[in-house]
Design a protein around this ligand. Structure first.
Ligand SMILES: [Zn+2]
Length: 409
């Protein structure tokens, strides 16, 4: 280290296969004062206060899940970010618009500030956020009444909580906004521009159609549920190939986010995109109360799916760490090198012959599975715990889409 004496570290992770920006290395990782202090030759590693033996497992940056719902106790969808972080290695949770301007402060006070895992809030364009999403006897979308898309309320929240809104989220599918896209999407665009944050647009069943949505997305914005199977909003056109409008969007810097979820994943659409060289930028889960018990359980399931579809391990990890970190402008996250934030996941990779089913009932056989060993947030080990709360809430979606619960995590 440039001839300077090597400092001691608080925590060392040894005997792991470390995923660094330069690739895999048999290295030791040292963390001091919440930051990565050493990645390198075990022979010259600094002495550590505490040492964890990774026993040959992968040592990777703390995973970053760009599409989750962690507003527990407010929206019925919410799951406890720490609880899943501790069993999966996901250390950064982007809450994808569970809160709207009317409920945003609660997400900061009751969830973000009380969680050890990092919670990064994207604000829903609907004032009421996702409180009603799929929850009432009669379906009521959060923007079926366009009055809930209130740009003034969003800007007021941004003024009241400066710098706290890290993105704008809007669900652009008929179940969320009916036929109000022409009223809602321009306001969402303006909100993201005013706040200078990414715009995340969910796609699904039309209206609006995908070609009606894409013009609202610019470089650095996110198209989530990018591989969903529903009519009108699918990235695959009637000729069975990726639509040219999607290629144009990607060429101008729009990012593709998986947002697996319950109803939003088609293995066939995904395989077609991969076959044509169209890769997702982030392998997010859309984890929420109705899929945390299965079929999603955690982002590891999404990563295993991409391994089974032929994506190399390095690419799977890059799209679960460095790339999502860049999407939220957090270059201190998602990489293991001195100076970076001390978020680490230790994961063993084991062969498996289990099957995974998508939203359309299509099954694929998995090849490898991730077995979680350790989660470290800001240099501190986050041990698995039981908060006594069963957060899995069954939903008609599960049986409707034939989802199963045969996963291990
Ligand atoms: Zn979602």
């Amino acid at each position: 280290m440039n001839g300077h004496p090597t400092p001691d570290v608080d925590l060392a992770i040894v005997n792991g296969r470390v995923y660094t920006p330069e690739g895999f290395a048999d290295a030791s990782v040292g963390i001091r004062d919440g930051r990565i202090a050493y990645v390198g030759d075990p022979a010259t590693a600094p002495p550590a206060r505490d040492t964890v033996d990774a026993d040959g497992a992968l040592v990777v940056p703390g995973l970053i899940d760009l599409h989750t719902h962690v507003y527990l106790g407010s929206a019925r969808l919410g799951v406890n970010p720490d609880k899943t972080a501790a069993r999966s290695g996901v250390t950064t949770w982007v809450d994808a618009g569970t809160s709207g301007a009317g409920t945003f402060e609660g997400l900061l006070l009751h969830v973000r500030d009380r969680s050890r895992a990092r919670v990064v809030p994207f604000l829903n364009m609907s004032y009421i956020g996702l409180a009603p999403a799929g929850m009432l006897t009669r379906e009521v979308g959060e923007l079926w009444d366009p009055a809930f898309a209130d740009l003034r309320a969003v800007l007021r929240a941004a003024e009241e909580f400066p710098g706290e809104i890290k993105g704008i989220k809007v669900r652009a599918s008929s179940n969320a906004l009916g036929d109000n896209a022409p009223v809602v999407l321009p306001q969402a665009r303006e909100a993201a521009d005013e706040l200078q944050v990414p715009l995340m647009i969910h796609i699904g069943m039309a209206p609006p159609t995908l070609p009606e949505v894409l013009p609202y997305l610019r470089a650095g914005d996110l198209l989530t549920h990018c591989f969903h199977p529903h009519a009108g909003g699918r990235i695959i056109g009637s000729d069975g190939r990726v639509r040219p409008e999607v290629r144009d969007a990607v060429a101008r810097g729009v990012l593709l986010d998986v947002g697996h979820g319950v109803a939003s994943m088609s293995h066939r659409v995904t395989q077609q995109a991969l076959d044509e060289g169209l890769l997702p930028d982030s392998l997010s889960s859309d984890l929420h109360a109705e899929n945390v018990g299965g079929p999603v359980k955690s982002m590891l399931t999404v990563m295993e799916m991409f391994l089974a579809l032929g994506m190399p391990l390095e690419e799977v990890l890059d799209r679960s760490t460095r790339r999502p970190a860049a999407a939220i402008s957090r270059p201190d996250l998602g990489r293991l090198e001195p100076g970076a934030t001390g978020d680490v996941a230790v994961l063993a990779l084991e062969p498996t012959d289990r099957w995974k089913q998508d939203s359309t009932g299509v099954r694929i056989q998995l090849t490898q599975r991730f077995v979680h060993r350790l989660t470290v947030v800001g240099g501190e080990i986050l041990a698995p715990f039981d908060d006594g709360r069963n957060e899995f809430r069954s939903s008609p979606w599960l049986s409707k889409f034939g989802a199963t619960e045969d996963d291990d995590h």
